[in-house]
Design a protein around this ligand. Structure first.
Ligand SMILES: Cc1cc2nc3c(=O)[nH]c(=O)nc-3n(C[C@H](O)[C@H](O)[C@H](O)COP(=O)(O)O)c2cc1C
Length: 205
């Protein structure tokens, strides 16, 4: 039995294009894999720990065997808990809106807590090495405009570039994309196309 972690990055609920397509994907996936467990992490409805000076101080003190305060220890433990929860999954689905050509700030907050040396990324022979390996991901990107090949706007797509780069950095390199494009002007068409693509991907995930 595999555990799928679905990370919801849009706060728009039923109006969210990325979530609508993710639901189609997960329905098709669950029908094919009834024994698998799907867990949802809505980053807008969860408390993501602060990653502030106290957390960083606690992290280095604990790592270096130095003295730390109970507050620093608690702050670092919350980071470890978030990373352990992420790593407890076997496969990932991320439904992700484009905001200002990139990802929503809540998602960046989640990533800044998750991506930590010793927890999700290691250092070996002079280079970084992702520690979350052998786990595939499907990324469902929604955007109001179009950024595909020949759109002339490819360079503005920092959403999919960043997602691939940062999750690749921690070891998740098998990332399949579903682009739900043009939701501002032709949402229904974008949803139909996205759902069809998602169902196809679900068959082999
Ligand atoms: C704060 C904000 C910023 C946005 N920035 C962009 C953008 O840079 N480019 C774009 O094509 N669409 C942009 N949009 C539109 C969203 O990408 C679009 O509505 C998409 O469908 C959102 O995904 P969702 O429906 O899953 O929430 C933005 C929307 C919001 C709310």
């Amino acid at each position: 039995m595999s555990k799928i972690l679905h990370i919801i990055c849009s706060p728009r609920g039923d109006r969210s294009a990325s979530l609508t397509v993710a639901k189609s994907f997960l329905e098709a996936y669950q029908a094919k894999n009834p024994g698998d467990q799907i867990e949802t992490l809505d980053i807008w409805k969860t408390t993501i720990p602060e990653f502030n000076g106290e957390t960083i101080k606690g992290k280095y003190a604990i790592m270096n065997g130095q003295k730390f305060t109970p507050e620093e220890e608690a702050a670092w433990k919350a980071v470890v808990k978030l990373a352990d929860h992420f790593k407890s999954a076997d496969k990932y689905v991320i439904s992700l809106p484009m905001w200002n050509f990139s990802i929503p700030y809540k998602h960046k907050h989640y990533i800044d807590v998750l991506v930590q040396p010793g927890l999700t990324v290691g250092f070996e022979n002079g280079s970084y090495k992702g520690l979350v390996t052998g786990k595939p991901m499907v990324a469902i990107y929604a955007r109001g405009g179009g950024y595909g090949p020949a759109s002339g706007a490819e360079g503005y797509d920092l959403q999919s570039k960043y997602l691939k780069q940062i999750f690749g950095f921690i070891g998740i390199t098998d990332i399949k994309d579903v682009f739900v494009e043009g939701t501002a002007s032709k949402k229904d068409e974008a949803l139909e196309k996205g759902k069809a693509q998602a169902k196809e991907l679900a068959a082999g995930f």
